[in-house]
Design a protein around this ligand. Structure first.
Ligand SMILES: C[S@@+](CC[C@H](N)C(=O)[O-])C[C@H]1O[C@@H](n2cnc3c(N)ncnc32)[C@H](O)[C@@H]1O
Length: 315
């Protein structure tokens, strides 16, 4: 894990000494049997945990499984397969994960164009899909003989479409006003502030205001498919209340558990890779010292590169 990095590179690492102090923060499969409680990171194979987690316990489940791609998660390789086989892989855990959701709960599942239709079919077997968010995700070089992939899907589903929690007011977006319209000299539906002209808008299911974590951001780790905190903050704010419980069965570097903590929710994250659990544990400690979420301040989501520097970062 010892890499040479540029001076301004803020990618999180865990030294051997730090690992020793972080280890006690990480639970094992057995702890689910004997000492299940809120706010756990569990270093385990999800398949060993599914029967140990309580049913109808979580208000929100956020799932970012391996996509149907060849991907090396630091030594543990996930290999792409035929769509039918990938669908069976999803089914092998999805039903039991749904059992963990309260009857009023919500679930999000992330995917890309290749695995998204399999996800839709499998989710619809158990839940009602209410929307599919498209996240415009700028990353990587262009493909030579194909369109560069610049998007991801996030499926939004609930157990009971007549009874679920959704708080649109908590995820409003602050956008720069391009054509400031005035009536009798006064701003119409926008604010003239010292930081510029802004309008509060309702978010749609197309999200183009979130960058992937990159090396100059303190949330960045070496996880190959880490999700941005800003993205998960929207899901958590809209679909859970403070004090609610959130499950992430493929926790990776811990983005969901960290954002849950920053926003005052309880969490449980399951992750098979020990180093990833250590990164998550360190991020949780850092969240105590600094609960900021890049791109989210003063209760609103700022358009890319518009958040004033007084909040300590650009976005
Ligand atoms: C797409 S990544 C999740 C990334 C995460 N959302 C983040 O922001 O860092 C999927 C994760 O699932 C983990 N994983 C794969 N199979 C697993 C299993 N059977 N049990 C637990 N974790 C597993 C991988 O190690 C990987 O970190």
């Amino acid at each position: 894990m010892d890499k040479r990095r540029a001076k301004r590179n803020r990618t999180l690492t865990v030294s051997a000494d730090e690992a020793a102090t972080l280890e006690p923060l990480i639970s094992a499969t057995e702890d689910l049997r004997t000492d299940f409680r809120d706010d756990m990171i569990v270093n385990a194979d999800l398949f060993d945990c599914l029967d140990l987690l309580p049913n109808e316990y979580f208000d929100l489940i956020i799932i970012d499984p391996p996509y149907n791609l060849d991907k090396n998660f630091h030594g543990r390789k996930f290999l792409s397969m035929k769509s039918d086989d990938y669908e069976e892989f999803l089914r092998s855990w999805f039903g039991k994960v749904c059992d963990k959701l309260k009857p009023t709960g919500s679930l999000y599942m992330c995917g890309d164009w290749k695995c998204s239709s399999s996800m839709q079919r499998v989710i619809e077997e158990r839940l009602t899909i209410l929307s599919r968010i498209t996240w415009q995700r700028e990353k990587g070089r262009g493909a030579k003989a194909n369109w560069k992939n610049g998007m991801e899907d996030i499926w939004f589903a609930v157990k009971n479409p007549k009874h679920y929690y959704f708080d649109i007011a908590s995820v409003m977006m602050k956008r720069k006003v391009l054509a400031p319209y005035r009536v009798e000299g006064k701003p119409k539906d926008w604010d003239d502030t010292v930081d510029g002209k802004f309008r509060l808008t309702h978010p749609s299911n197309f999200w183009d205001d979130i960058s992937i974590p990159f090396w100059s951001m303190p949330e960045n780790t070496d996880h190959p498919t880490q999700k941005p905190e800003k993205l998960y903050a929207k899901l958590i704010l809209a679909s859970s209340k403070p004090g609610d419980r959130i499950l992430d069965p493929f926790a990776g570097s811990g983005t969901a558990v960290v954002v849950a903590k920053k926003l005052g929710r309880h969490f449980c994250g399951i992750e098979i890779n020990r180093d990833y659990c250590l990164w998550a544990a360190k991020r949780l400690l850092m969240a105590d010292a600094n609960p900021d979420i890049q791109g989210y301040a003063d209760g609103v989501f700022w358009e890319r590169n518009t958040q004033p520097m007084k909040h300590g970062c650009d976005n």
